[in-house]
Write a protein that binds this ligand. Sequence first.
Ligand SMILES: [Zn+2]
Length: 380
Amino acid sequence: MKKILILVAFILCASLTFAQNNYFFPSGVTFDPTIPTPEQFLGYPIGDWHTRHDRIVSYFQELARVSPKAHFQIIGYTYERRPQIVLTITSPENYARIEEIRKEHLKLADPSQSVNISSMPVVITHGYNVHGNEPSSSEAAMLTAYYLIAAQGDEASKTLRDAIIHIDPNYNPDGRDRHTNWANMHKGFPPVSDPMDREHNEVWPGGRTNHYWFDLNRDWLPLAHVESQNRIEFFHQWLPNVCTDYHEMGTNSTNFFEPTKPIGSENPVVPRSNYDQLNPLFAKYFAKAMDEIGSLYYSKENYDNSYPGYGSTYPDIHGGLGLVFEQASSRGHVQKSSTKEVWFAFTIRNHVRTSLATVKAGVENRELLLKHQQEFLNPP
Ligand SMILES: [Zn+2]
């Protein structure tokens, strides 16, 4: 009897995992069953709740505990003493010589050094939720980390062999928790989609900003705040080739990815090749990822790279590729737009798919990105 119960529990567990993975991830991928999904760890399907920062931290610690592909570190603390964390994902072989790889990568910035680009991994930093009340991306960070660690097969192995992937799930932990508590404490049962409902209308100052109500997506250059100082210190330890910056926009919109608008918004310090070559190249991967799930998207119509204090522009002026993503917000668990109900899980899925597409594009264009950085940092 006991054995039958265990078998039933296992089948139930496996089918729930399959259902969640089936929604968020591309089809045809098998997953290592020893790696817990976010749902298994947290106890609820992703999208049912807004996950508190401390739970995200615990999940990342668990991934590092169970997998030799994941490594956890604290890079600093916010004003409210929340840890700022990075999970580094790569093959165990790469991690065994991670310091050597890092030092070799930094030689790209040194004209006196020669490097062999053909054997170097590409460095990708995924950054989420700098605006605390744009919460879908930190949930997407957990799913993205799970996917990269648990996916099995040749493509997954090649990805971790050819890339060092850093995931910072929450650039603004204090702001995120301010909004997370708001959304969870006002959740209805069943959830209420009326835009006028209190759940969808935070009181001032809201979760966008940090403890001092400062917009951290304006602070990459001034570095007035401790979260930015910690993040930039880590940035310069690695000089990533690709750096993502995940956001949300109005509920009535769709999904935006770069290129940003070309008229009146470009920065002359950003190399032309970012605008003309790399952005259009990566956009093809994002469009394909969105087409696969029938999600609407656009680019070029708005958003800009004019200010180096943005998280999507600062990397551009260090030989990398900064990428801003904007997803229509459910601002709460579900909210009616002018055309449909926007569910939290739907917004999360779009960010998961572009996160995975970024890694794919980074790996497939590894040498191009490394060469681009070397040429930018060592002008003739
Ligand atoms: Zn934003």
